[in-house]
Design a protein around this ligand. Structure first.
Ligand code: SF4
Length: 423
C-alpha cells in the first residue's frame, strides 16, 4: 500500500543562491586558472579580453569573432578560428578555454533515446537526455546537481542538492548534444576550418535537424537557479548564438510561484508545470512544495504567466500513480480547475517509470486511457506520453545512481572502450 504520511521538507525551499567557492560572475571555475568562456555573453568576453591586455577596440572585435565561433559554429579549439590571426590564437589558448561537460557514460536506447552522464570540472555528476520523435528531437537539460524539492515520484528528488549548475554547464549541455549529434550549422568541425563568407552567414534552422527542442526538465528545479538558467537560455536563444527559438524551449517548474512572472518576462520561454495532483492532500505529499505554494496560487500564477495564449499553451505534467491521483474524480477535478482559471492548457499524462525502491506503482494502461478520455472529452488535449528509453535507466536520476554503484575501474574501462570505438 502506498505510504501517505507527509514527508518533511528538507533543505531550503525558497529560491536561495547556493553558495559555492570560486563561482562568481557566471564563470565555471577551473583548477588551471584559465577562464572557461562557455556560458559568458559577448560583453563579458570583451571585458575579459581587455583585462588580459587587449585595447578596448580590439577586445570588442575579438569578442565578436570568438562569440560567433563558440556559440554559432560550435568550435571547441581556438586553432580552428580561421578569421583570427594565427599569432593571436595561442594567446587566447594560454588564457582561456572552451569547455564542455565531461562525458562519464553514454547510453543509447533501442528506441533512439540517448542519455549521458556528465561531470562538472569539480567532479559532480548530472544527466542529459535526448529523445528523438518523428517530428522533433528534444533535449532534456539539467539545471542543478541534485534537487532540494523531494518530489516523491522523482528519483532525483531522493538525492541531496550538491549545487547549482553554472550558465556554462547549462548551455554546455546543449553544445555537447550538438557535438554528439554532429549538428552545428554547416556541419562538423573539420568543415569549419575553412569557412566562406556565405557559409559564415548561415542561420541555424530546425529543418531536418535532430535537436529541435529543449526542455529544462532534467535534474533540479530551474527556477531555484533562475539567474544561471536565464543567462544560459539567452545564449541558446540569441540569433548570433545557438539561435534556437524561444518557442522551441520549455521550462518546467514544480511550482515556484514567486519566480514564474520573471520567468515569462526575462526568459519568455514556454512554461510547463509539474502539477501531478488536484487535491491539497495528494499534492502536498507528492510535490511537497505544494505546502508552500498551493494549487490555487500556482494556477493563478499560470493564468498570469506572460505570453501564455491558445497558441502558446501551458503544459501541465501529470504523472499517473496507481490509486493516488488517477481516478475519474481526479480527472474531472483537473478539468474543473483548468476551466476555473481559464487556462490555455494542455495536459501531458506520464506513465510512472518506477525505480528500485520507488514508493508508487504506475497506473494501469486502462486507467491512464480512461483519465485521458475524460480530459479530452472536456476539450483539453491530454495525450499519454509514450515511455522512452526504459532499457537505459532513463528515468531522471537513475543513470547517476547506477554509475555511483560502478567502481572507478569499471568507469575507466567503459571510457577506454568508448575511445577505442571512436578510433
Ligand atoms: S521533479 Fe524536479 S523539482 Fe521535483 S524532485 Fe525531481 S528534479 Fe526536483
Amino acid at each position: 500500500m502506498t505510504d501517505t504520511a507527509l514527508m518533511p521538507i528538507p533543505g531550503p525551499i525558497d529560491p536561495v543562491p547556493v553558495a559555492r567557492p570560486g563561482v562568481s560572475d557566471g564563470i565555471t571555475p577551473r583548477a588551471d586558472g584559465r577562464v572557461d568562456l562557455i556560458g559568458l555573453p559577448r560583453p563579458r568576453i570583451a571585458e575579459l579580453f581587455a583585462e588580459a591586455g587587449l585595447d578596448a577596440k580590439a577586445a570588442k572585435l575579438r569578442a565578436k569573432q570568438v562569440y560567433h565561433w563558440l556559440y554559432h559554429r560550435g568550435v571547441s579549439d581556438f586553432a580552428a578560428m580561421t578569421d583570427i590571426a594565427k599569432t593571436m590564437r595561442p594567446w587566447l589558448a594560454e588564457r582561456f578555454v572552451i569547455g564542455r561537460p565531461e562525458v562519464v557514460e553514454a547510453q543509447h536506447s533501442t528506441d533512439g533515446t540517448r542519455k549521458w552522464l556528465l561531470r562538472t570540472a569539480d567532479g559532480h555528476d548530472f544527466e542529459m537526455v535526448f529523445i528523438p520523435d518523428a517530428d522533433r528531437g528534444t533535449l532534456c537539460v539539467s539545471s542543478q546537481v541534485g534537487c532540494t524539492l523531494n518530489c516523491r515520484f522523482c528519483h532525483t528528488g531522493t538525492m541531496r542538492l550538491v549545487r547549482n549548475l553554472t550558465p556554462g554547464e547549462i548551455v554546455g549541455q546543449v553544445m555537447l548534444a550538438r557535438d554528439e549529434l554532429g549538428e552545428w550549422p554547416q556541419g562538423n568541425m573539420a568543415r569549419q576550418m575553412d569557412v566562406s563568407e556565405e557559409e559564415d552567414a548561415a542561420e541555424y534552422s530546425a529543418d531536418g535537424r535532430l535537436l529541435t527542442n529543449i526542455v529544462m526538465m532534467g535534474m533540479g528545479e530551474p527556477l531555484y537557479n533562475f539567474d544561471n538558467v536565464r543567462d544560459a537560455l539567452q545564449l541558446v536563444m540569441d540569433g548570433d548564438g545557438l539561435a534556437l527559438s524561444k518557442r522551441r524551449i520549455t521550462l518546467s517548474t514544480s511550482g515556484v510561484v514567486p519566480m514564474m512572472e520573471r520567468c515569462g518576462e526575462e526568459i519568455g520561454v514556454n512554461l510547463a508545470v509539474s502539477l501531478h495532483a488536484v487535491t491539497k492532500a495528494v499534492r502536498d505529499e507528492i510535490v511537497p512544495l505544494n505546502r508552500k505554494y498551493g494549487i490555487e496560487q500556482l494556477l493563478q500564477a499560470c493564468a498570469d504567466y506572460p505570453g501564455a495564449s491558445n497558441a502558446r499553451r501551458i503544459t501541465f505534467e501529470y504523472v499517473m500513480l496507481k490509486g493516488m491521483n488517477d481516478s475519474d474524480e481526479d480527472a474531472r477535478e483537473l478539468v474543473r480547475l483548468l476551466r476555473q482559471y481559464d487556462l490555455p492548457a494542455k495536459v501531458n499524462l506520464i506513465p510512472f517509470n518506477p525505480w528500485p525502491g520507488a514508493p508508487y506503482e504506475c497506473s494501469t494502461p486502462e486507467r491512464v486511457r480512461r483519465f485521458s478520455d475524460i480530459v479530452f472529452e472536456a476539450g483539453i488535449s491530454a495525450p499519454v506520453r509514450t515511455p522512452r528509453g526504459r532499457d537505459i535507466d532513463a528515468a531522471c536520476g537513475q543513470l547517476k545512481t547506477a554509475a555511483e554503484k560502478k567502481t572507478r575501474a569499471e568507469l575507466d574501462r567503459l571510457a577506454e572502450e568508448k575511445q577505442a570505438a571512436l578510433q
